[in-house]
Write a protein that binds this ligand. Structure first.
Ligand SMILES: Nc1ncnc2c1ncn2[C@@H]1O[C@H](COP(=O)(O)OP(=O)(O)OP(=O)(O)O)[C@@H](O)[C@H]1O
Length: 929
């Protein structure tokens, strides 16, 4: 009776579950139909243009909505940037991970991917767990129903059999839906985890000044530095580390980590959850069932089997984690190579380097394939052991386990009973029942165990990918500017918006010294790499290598002479030139560099010197990309002399870098006062307009009311009004919101819109690119500008960006080398007219005339430099340390330059004479009358 009522109850339950799921399914499809009906109709081409132009809409609170055109519709996605505080707070969880998998995984999972129980990710996980339990429950119900149908068939009860079949079909609906939902939720969870992690890494990687992690990690990679801390830092890898695939190398190719590895991690985590949950549940359930019938000895035997299996498989399991990590790295190297050929296709084609590239790519690919093949081979042995253990060892153990109760019962019975023939049949049926139920349980157990063992392999692979992703995050934290910019803070009072200044700064390739400063401990840092080429024999620190300022030559007495250098070479030789004696001084390119420029006072500086002497290095220090080697490391010497801290050994003199403060407008928006135009012109992805306004987004372009004003009438132009007008127009059309998208057609509109376009056009005119919008089909045209524009055009576009932003200072790092000298000259004049203070790095003597001071870096290994006033008439004809020594033969002699300057002077005088002639003509005519 009890069995019947249970069955009836289960039928009712099943029916109600089926009904519920049916309703859910129908509602879901109905809802999506309704949603489709409410959706905006197809996008017009103008709207599509807008979307492509704007990319995202920024609300007042800073949140962004990403606009994505998809199947002719406009999809909007809220973009939540990880707040900076959260980024900094999480740093602690990625330190000292010590290759501990659990620690690393929980840092990734619970600090980043699933930040709270209320997050969407956690809800997806809960829903996924619900469906996993539902699947188990349904499989029990299905098993029972299966039994019932067979029973009715044996009984030949047609009606009950038909009812059973109907119920079977009804139950199939929730069962199949559960399976589909499990797959769907697993994919959704993977995507959610990936999105969260990617957003976090994007924020960290693309961090703002002063961290600039995307740049610093690249630098570290170029210098081949070992990893600093965290999951990938162990220099003597433990077996765990080997398993997890950790290496002591620096992160190579961040792109592979951010794209492929993060995806693999998210997939592995979400897949593993499902793959572990169900078999674990089965294992617990079946073991408890079995132990009840097996008794104490049987249970001990069962656990013994588990233990033996785990030991055998652990011994036979290769380091799948390390293999997965190595595969990801090799894959990344090969992918990088393919990407490089794509990026540099024209250069490769000019050199006809296809064959060579094929060799390089082939090599990278073969390395990858050899590794993958090795993995396959290693897997043969492992999978054989796995099959043997799970299928045969467990079956044998199963027989043994089944035999325990049977043999014990039998021996017990044979010794205690008189074996009447009537009870023999009963005994056999009991033994059969025990055998059948135990065997069934053992088979299920073997199945669950097998699945768990497969999951173990997945865990090892997850270990590898977890270590790589955490390694990237650890490295990103490590390369950031950890120590606050002490110098800036200390000289706060001295900082001015309009000044750029270096005081006794040692400029050089960031080596062990900077690394030690940023890490806080020197001991943890690796020795400097054996370079750069300019490294000369050691120069003792107390023999200060300060440069000579011709303008203010207070430092002449400290100048380092050739004799000093020879002495040092002797010292070096007598020391046997031991490599380990090298100190960070060898990396100083320019020593004790000192100069000051004030904006708006007509001061312009030109930096020159042969290739590789450190001109760009100076620019990097000025821009804050590199720290001065002696910047911010001790107490500021207020009198610019050495200080003795704590009465101990004499401390090195601290270099001071004063960078101009950002310019703030009335609305507390800030823009950079210093802009750098690098040697290689960078063309970002986007429209023609984006090329001019970079790095402003379209929304910022609309907001900008400084920097793009017309010449001489700052603030008068009124971008805001123009935007307001377009907003109003849009509101009238009923499509305007607070963040209106303006397409290229809007730019061409009447009134202020036209004015906007004309100002942009003026900017392009000033760099002689006014023909571009027409030629390329408007401001909104999107192309691969890197390939479309010529070398000179790209450089002019970079100058257009300067005129658009109008910073107080601009560092022009040989950025007009491909521009004809007449256009170059006019662009320089234009920049000066806009009130921009120029710091030009160039080898072209013809540019000297646009500057007031000339800084020459000697590049003779001593770190010497010369600062002098520019006067075309005192450019020396020759001389080793002359400002253009070494370059004059290529770009013209000093005599020719003098002649040019003289002629230019005469032309100017001729203009005056012409005017005087006109005046005299007029006078004569009056007299004739
Ligand atoms: N990331 C780096 N790692 C190691 N060495 C570097 C790095 N960057 C620059 N260097 C080295 O520092 C030296 C100075 O480089 P820098 O780019 O400042 O030269 P430069 O004077 O601007 O030369 P050019 O006129 O050719 O542009 C060079 O020898 C260069 O190889």
């Amino acid at each position: 009776m009890a069995v019947l009522s249970t069955l009836r109850r289960s039928q009712a339950n099943t029916a109600s579950i089926a009904l519920l799921v049916l309703v859910l399914l129908l509602t879901r499809s109905r809802l999506s139909t309704l949603r489709n009906a409410w959706r905006r109709p197809q996008l017009s081409s103008a709207e599509l243009n807008q979307v492509l132009q704007q990319v995202y809409v920024q609300a007042k609170d800073g949140s962004k909505t990403l606009l994505v055109p998809y199947s002719d519709r406009l999809n909007k996605f809220g973009l939540k940037e990880t707040p900076n505080e959260e980024i900094e707070k999480n740093a602690q969880y990625f330190q000292n991970l010590d290759n501990n998998f659990t620690k690393t995984l929980s840092a990734l999972l619970f600090r980043i991917a699933i930040p709270s129980i209320k997050s969407k990710e956690a809800l997806t996980l809960i829903l996924h767990s619900f469906f996993l339990v539902m699947r188990t429950a349904l499989s029990i119900v299905v098993a029972r129903l299966d039994g019932r149908i067979v029973r009715d068939l044996v009984r030949a009860d047609a009606k009950a059999f038909a009812r059973g079949l109907v119920l079977w079909f009804a139950l199939a609906i929730p069962s199949t839906y559960t399976n589909v939902m499990l797959k769907h939720l697993q994919s959704t969870l993977a995507i959610r985890l990936r999105t969260r992690l990617t957003a976090f890494i994007h924020t960290l990687y693309l961090s703002k000044y002063p961290h600039l992690r995307y740049y610093r990690i690249q630098q570290q990679q170029q210098q081949g530095r070992p990893a600093a801390t965290g999951a990938s830092s162990s220099s003597a890898p433990s077996s765990d580390a080997e398993e997890a695939g950790t290496t002591s190398e620096a992160v190579q190719g961040a792109d592979q980590y951010i794209t492929a590895d993060v995806e693999a991690w998210a997939e592995a985590v979400s897949g593993l959850y499902g793959n572990i949950m169900k078999p674990s549940l089965d294992l617990v359930l079946f073991t408890s069932q079995l132990s009840r019938s097996l008794g104490f000895r049987g249970t001990v035997l069962l656990f013994g089997t588990y233990w033996a299996t785990v030991r055998i498989l652990k011994a036979a399991t290769p380091a799948f984690g390390a293999m997965a990590a190595a595969e990801a790295r090799l894959e990344g190297e090969w992918r990088n190579g393919v990407g490089r050929v794509g990026r540099e296709s024209e250069e490769v084609a000019f050199y006809n380097g296809g064959q060579r590239e094929r060799g390089i790519l082939g090599n990278a690919y073969m390395k990858l394939i050899r590794h993958v093949n090795n993995v396959y081979k290693v897997r043969i042995a492992y999978e054989w052991t796995e099959d043997y253990v799970i299928k045969y060892l467990w079956s044998a153990a199963g027989y043994g386990l089944i035999a325990v109760p049977l043999l014990i019962t039998r021996s017990h019975q044979s010794s205690s009973s008189s074996s009447p023939s009537s009870s023999a049949t009963h005994d056999i049926s009991l033994r059969t029942e025990t055998y059948i139920s135990n065997r069934r349980l053992l088979l299920s157990l073997a199945d669950a165990g097998g699945r768990l063992m497969y999951a173990y392999k997945d865990i090892l692979e997850l270990k590898g990918v977890t270590s790589r992703v955490a390694g990237l995050i650890t490295e990103l934290y490590a390369v950031g500017y950890h120590s606050p910019d002490e110098t800036d803070e200390k000289v706060e009072g001295e900082q001015e918006q309009d000044v750029i200044e270096l005081r006794n700064v040692d400029v050089g390739v960031p080596g062990s010294r900077q690394q030690a400063v940023t890490a806080g401990t020197r001991e943890q840092r690796p020795p400097p790499p054996p370079q750069p080429p300019l490294a000369l024999p050691r120069l003792p620190r107390d023999r200060t290598m300060s440069g000579v300022s011709v303008a203010s030559s207070q430092r002449d007495s400290q100048m380092f002479t050739l004799e000093d250098m020879e002495e040092d070479i002797e010292d070096y030789d007598s020391n046997g030139g031991e490599a380990e004696d090298l100190s960070p001084e060898e990396y100083i390119l320019v020593r004790d560099l000192t100069f000051r420029l004030k904006a708006g006072e007509g001061e312009h500086l030109m930096i020159t010197g042969s290739n590789g002497v450190g001109k760009t290095a100076v620019a990097r220090v000025l821009a804050g990309l590199w720290k001065g080697l002696n910047e911010g490391s001790s107490v500021l010497a207020s009198d610019s002399s050495r200080v003795n801290v704590g009465g101990g050994e004499e401390e090195e003199e601290e270099g001071v870098v004063i960078r101009p403060r950002d310019i703030k407008d009335g609305k507390n928006r800030s823009r950079k006062a210093l802009m750098v135009v690098p040697q290689r012109a960078y063309m970002p992805a986007g429209s023609l307009l984006d090329q001019v306004i970079y790095p402003d987004s379209y929304a910022q372009f609309l907001e900008r009311d400084v920097g793009v004003e017309r010449r001489g009438d700052a603030g008068e132009f009124g971008w805001k009004e123009a935007q307001q007008q377009v907003n109003n127009e849009d509101n009238e059309k009923g499509r305007g919101k607070e963040n209106v998208v303006i397409s290229s057609s809007d730019l061409k509109g009447s009134g202020k819109g036209k004015e906007k376009e004309s100002t942009l056009r003026e900017i392009l005119e000033s760099v002689y690119l006014a023909y571009l919008p027409e030629r390329e089909g408007g401001w909104g045209t999107r192309k691969e500008w890197r390939d479309v524009l010529s070398g000179g055009e790209k450089q002019r576009m970079a100058m257009a960006r300067v005129f658009y932003r109008r910073p107080k200072f601009v560092i022009l790092d040989e950025c007009t080398s491909a521009v004809s000298s007449d256009v170059e000259g006019r662009m320089y004049e234009h920049a000066k007219k806009l009130g921009i203070t120029l710091i030009t790095i160039s080898l072209r003597p013809s540019l000297a005339k646009y500057h007031t001071q000339l800084l020459t870096i000697h590049g003779d290994g001593t770190g010497k430099w010369t600062l002098e006033d520019v006067n075309p008439f005192n450019i020396p004809d020759s001389g080793h340390h002359g400002p253009f020594s070494g370059q004059l033969s290529r770009s013209g002699t000093a005599t020719e330059l003098k002649e040019i300057a003289l002629l230019e002077k005469k032309i100017k005088e001729a203009e005056k004479w012409e005017e005087r002639v006109k005046e005299l003509d007029g006078l004569l005519r009056v007299q004739e009358l």
